[in-house]
Design a protein around this ligand. Structure first.
Ligand code: ADP
Ligand code: MG
Length: 344
């Protein structure tokens, strides 16, 4: 029997809990979240509501647990550092929850560089168009502004990260896993389309083997340099004939939801295998799948239809516009149909 604790009770915590149920031994899942309505709650054996700033409450939560994982980045580093059985470690959080530290770190490693960037401050200048992002707490494009010309400069605030903006680009993600037993594995590259800075669809990329190798090498360098254990995702841009790192997430990733159907082992299983030291099987995939995200505004339309795909309903308490409430995995031939099914 293994007692697993998850910090964060959103959809990633939910799908991790569900994966825990499929392991060959019994697992008791405990979830810690700030909201009584956390969607992972119904999948957990035990649930604790509390603040992520409350180190003592989290330490009490963690006391009787065997391993702890987190499903999102914005947890105070000190909290995770104080938990010896948080196997992912706190170094990944320390660096990756801060866009500037993240970029400096990524650029200090060999391989693909970050998008050209600078911190806004005295003497800052960058050619238009550029994009500014808050240094911390961004997700789904929140805290980001596209700066096309001088009229947009009101959004450019000291301390923000400014990056070159690519009007046309291809986006990739590489989901890799590193096991406590020292081994590493990864899925083939995913190709992602974002709409309004929110992931819209994922499919397997048609990509040159040499480029894919570079994506994997960089992701592996990052995981090794952080001494990271678990699933880690690197988001990449391919623009103007060059590869760039966009950002790194020390966790399972929305693009990896496709693996629930398209792979012999899902990213959620892989994360647990990593933490528990279970030997990875060789990963096999069926490239004939795609994933379509369902946001609050799509929910009713999707619920009402019979879809040529599998709808994963996160059971969110509210269906807020532009918030992820589910996703659909389906065969690639139905991609357009599935996208359309989200409309009224
Ligand atoms: P988040 O943490 O919100 O995922 P990202 O930095 O990954 O933030 O940005 C979200 C999306 O916005 C990206 O996946 C991409 O579609 C778009 N985007 C972000 N930065 C750039 C850029 N420099 N050039 C072009 N598009 C960008
Ligand atoms: Mg992103």
């Amino acid at each position: 029997m293994c007692r697993l604790g998850i910090l964060g009770g959103g959809q990633l915590g939910k799908m991790l809990s569900q994966a825990a149920r499929k392991l060959e031994f019994p697992v008791e899942v405990s979830i810690y979240d700030t909201s009584d309505y956390a969607c992972a709650r119904e999948d957990a054996d035990r649930f604790h509501r509390g603040s992520f700033e409350d180190i003592e409450a989290i330490q009490r939560f963690a006391e009787d647990l065997d391993i702890i994982t987190y499903e999102f980045e914005n947890i105070p580093v000190a909290v995770v550092a104080s938990l010896s059985h948080a196997i992912q470690g706190s170094e990944a959080l320390r660096i990756l929850q801060n866009r500037l530290l993240e970029k400096e770190f990524v650029d200090s490693l060999p391989g693909i560089p970050c998008v050209p960037h600078a911190q806004v401050g005295l003497g800052f200048s960058m050619d238009y168009p550029f994009i500014v992002k808050t240094v911390q707490f961004g997700y789904d494009g929140k805290g980001q502004y596209l700066i096309n010309d001088v009229n947009d400069l009101a959004h450019v605030k000291t301390g923000m990260v400014a990056e070159r903006y690519f009007p046309t680009l291809t986006e990739y993600s590489m989901v890799i896993a590193r096991n406590v037993d020292g081994t590493t594995t990864h899925y083939p590259t995913f190709e992602n389309v974002h709409v309004n800075q929110i992931l819209d669809t994922t499919r397997f990329a048609t990509i040159d083997k040499g480029l894919e190798e570079q994506l994997f090498e960089k992701a592996k360098n990052i995981a090794l340099a952080l001494d990271y254990i678990g699933v880690l995702t690197v988001e990449y841009f391919f623009a103007d004939g060059k590869l760039y790192v966009n950002e790194v997430a020390p966790r399972v990733h929305n693009s990896g939801h496709i693996t629930l159907d398209a792979a012999n082992i899902s990213q959620f299983d892989l994360h647990l295998y990593s933490l528990l030291g279970i030997t990875y099987p060789e990963i096999t995939i069926d490239p004939d799948w795609c994933m379509v995200n369902v946001l609050g505004q799509h929910y009713m339309a999707v619920r009402e239809k019979s879809l040529p795909g599998k709808f994963y309903d996160y059971g969110k308490h509210s269906t807020t516009k532009n918030r992820k409430v589910g996703h659909i995995n389906g065969k690639l031939q139905y991609l357009d149909l599935l996208k359309k099914a989200r409309e009224e």
